[in-house]
Design a protein around this ligand. Structure first.
Ligand SMILES: [Zn+2]
Length: 253
């Protein structure tokens, strides 16, 4: 009889993770390269690397890891094409995504800044974060989007607790599985006003994987093993978050 319940619960709880739909959003694409940098692989040999390509490569791996874990996972783009921020949000609505994960790679004017950070949608007065927002809030034509402030505040009110929880769980898995091994600087979990997150109107986070303007960090980020581990960390972080949610809110079961 005991075995029956164990099997029953296993199927029942397993079914819950299957019911979750996650939309992975590779930042930029098409005419929007995002950040760019030279990657030196010899003394005078270099090639141009673009944020949009690295974000796509990482997102595809996250998609694979989530699919392996029986989630319904989708990508906002699976090739190099232009997608507006509004289109990304519309897709989240169309597929009824439970969670939205936007993947980006940071860049700075100086060569020394390094490390990974995880953002959730919330108001703040941090000027360093505002610089990152300026870059990520630009739409296809390079213009910063104008988003209804009242609407954004309503979305924040409704999603901030979940988004912060999701960000914390994913960030701590990245720290444990990738950060330590690759000696990445932990820049923390931060509030940010990213319009793509506001427009999706659901628990959502934005990952800044590292800095492509830092040559040592860029080398790590381009490494396929690094990308695979990073993707596994994100998938595990999502599972952690869902497990905790299920415990906190029995109504979900
Ligand atoms: Zn970006």
């Amino acid at each position: 009889m005991k075995a029956f319940w164990v099997i029953f619960l296993w199927i029942f709880l397993g079914g819950q993770s299957q019911a979750f739909t996650i939309l992975i959003d590779p930042g930029h694409g098409g005419e929007d390269d995002g950040a760019r940098a030279r990657y030196y692989y010899g003394k005078k040999k270099w090639r141009l690397v673009r944020e949009k390509d690295i974000a796509l490569s990482l997102s595809k791996k996250i998609h694979e890891e989530l699919t392996k874990s029986n989630f319904n996972a989708y990508l906002t783009r699976s090739v190099d094409r232009s997608v507006s921020l509004a289109e990304r949000a519309e897709l989240a609505e169309k597929i009824k995504a439970d969670l939205f994960i936007s993947v980006h790679i940071n860049s700075s004017e100086g060569k020394t800044p390094r490390g990974f950070e995880t953002y959730y949608l919330d108001n703040h007065e941090d000027s360093a974060v505002k610089k990152v927002e300026q870059v990520e809030n630009k739409d296809l034509k390079g213009k910063e989007l104008i988003v209804n402030k009242i609407l954004t505040d309503l979305v924040i009110q409704r999603t901030v607790k979940s988004s912060k929880g999701l960000a914390t769980n994913i960030h701590s898995r990245i720290q444990r599985l990738v950060g330590k091994r690759y000696r990445l600087k932990d820049r923390g979990v931060k509030p940010g006003l990213f319009y793509v997150l506001a427009l999706t109107k659901r628990p959502a986070i934005l990952l800044e994987v590292g800095f492509l303007s830092n040559s040592r960090e860029l080398k790590k980020i381009l490494d396929q093993k690094f990308q695979r581990r990073y993707a596994q960390a994100v998938a595990r972080g999502i599972s952690d978050y869902i497990k905790k949610q299920s415990k906190q809110e029995p109504a979900l079961l």
